[in-house]
Design a protein around this ligand. Sequence first.
Ligand code: SIN
Length: 282
Amino acid sequence: MPEFDHIKVEPTSGVLGAEVSGVDLAHVDDAHFEEIYRAWLEYQVLFFRDQRLDPGQQTQLAARFGELDVYPFMEPLPGYPHVIPIVKEKHTRSNFGGGWHSDMSYTERPPKATMLYAVEVPTHGGDTLFASMTAAYEALSAGMQQMIGGLRAVFSATKVHGASGYYQNADHPMAMKKNEAQESARFLHPVVRTHPETGRKGLFLDAPHVDRFENMRTSESLPLMNFLCEHATSPQFTTRFRWRAGSLAIWDNRSVQHYALNDYPGQRREMRRITMKGDVPA
Ligand code: SIN
C-alpha cells in the first residue's frame, strides 16, 4: 500500500477507487497535491466528501491535474467555459452518461481526467459506477491479450450524438448543442493502450463510442466488441460511489470507464463536470 503523510486514503474496492480525507480542495498546497496526484494514479478514481467549491474554485483545482478541455456537445456554465452542468430534473426520464463509457473517447485526444462535483443529489439513487480497464485487461488470457494487442477500433460520437443518436431522442433538459464536425469525425485508437504515466496496459473501448474494428465490418466486429465491453465492466473490476452534496470524484479517463445510474425518478440531480486534455492513445 502506498504511504501518505498529508492525506488519508481508504480504498473503496480491491481494484480501483479510494476515498480521500484530510484535505480542503479549495485550498490545496503543493505537498497535499503531490500526494493526491500520486494516489489518483494508483487508485484511478478518487472520492472526496464535504467540499465547498464554486465553479471558479473547481476550475482552478482541475487545472492542477492538466490543461482544461472543452466538451463539444453542451453549453458550459455562463462565465466558465470548461464547466458543464449535468442536470436531471424531477420530470425527466433520461439521464446523461447512463451507460458504461469513457468520456469523449470519440475525439482524437480523449481527456486525461474528468472531475465531477455534486451540487444537488437525490435522497437515494444516482450513484456512479466505475470500472478499471487495467484490471480488466490484466484478467484476460495471454492468448486474448496477444490477439487484441495490435487491434484498433473506429471511434465516433454518432451512436450517441448523431441524428438518430441517444441524445437526439432523450427527453433531456440539458442544453445539448449540435456539433456536426465532431459528430461525423472518426478516429482510430488502439484497443489496448499503455498508460502514459504508469506504463500499465488497459482496455480502451466503450460500446457507445466504438463503431467497429479497423478494416472489419460492423457485423464482424460486434461479437468480440461485445465480449470485451462486457468483460471490461464485470462487477469484479468495479467500484460504486454514493454521492452527497459537496462530494467530488476525479477519475483517470485513460484507464477507467464509468456509468451514471438512472434510478431516481421524481428527484433532481445537479453536477458540475470538467475534463482535462489527454494525449493520443498509444
Ligand atoms: C458522466 O458521464 O460524466 C456523468 C457521470 C455522472 O453524472 O455520474
